[in-house]
Design a protein around this ligand. Structure first.
Ligand SMILES: [Zn+2]
Length: 168
């Protein structure tokens, strides 16, 4: 692995010389629950692309700062996405020099391009295609964004009243 640059005081950009693929690594220790980096949208796109991240129903963005596009997928991720606060948060303690990854189906309902995962984790799912294709027994393993949880739970029952009665 070749280190290309420190992109923040906590994160560095690396490149695999064989594949040319880039990824991000920690440069110091991060504690579970701490902020890795905040993000915003450099652009809103109508449909998912290989670069976009889904932050709500029908809402896909390109990430700002741009280096966040090199956050790769893993089936055993160490960060998750808080789409409400627009932050990447550490799922667990992360050591210095670990590759930083999140679980792409935690934000993506359907993906533009499915791909074969090479994360080499014990529970690697193989083909990654978006949350709509996940088997139910896998769901408790991951932390999903609210728009994905809503979709996984399905539509609310039709007969549900719009207003709750005031009396208990
Ligand atoms: Zn995997």
């Amino acid at each position: 692995m070749i280190k290309l640059a420190d992109v923040t005081d906590k994160i560095a950009l690396y490149q695999d010389p064989l594949s040319g693929q880039k990824h991000l690594r920690t440069t110091c220790r991060h504690r579970a629950g701490s902020l890795l980096h905040a993000f915003s949208a450099s652009e809103y796109v109508a449909h998912p692309t290989y670069l976009s991240m889904q932050i709500d129903h029908d809402c896909h963005i390109h990430l700002e700062p741009e280096f966040l596009q090199y956050l790769n997928h893993s089936c055993d991720p160490n960060i998750y996405v808080d789409v409400t606060r627009r932050e990447f948060i550490c799922l667990r303690d992360i050591e210095a020099n670990e590759a930083i990854t999140f679980f792409y189906p935690s934000t993506e309902w359907a993906m533009d391009q499915e791909f074969d995962c090479a994360c080499r984790s014990e529970n690697c799912l193989g083909a990654i295609k978006g949350a709509m294709h996940l088997e139910e027994h896998l769901l408790p393993r991951y932390k999903f964004t609210p728009h994905i949880i809503e979709k996984l739970q399905g539509p609310a029952p039709e007969q549900q009243p719009v207003h709750e009665p005031n009396a208990n």
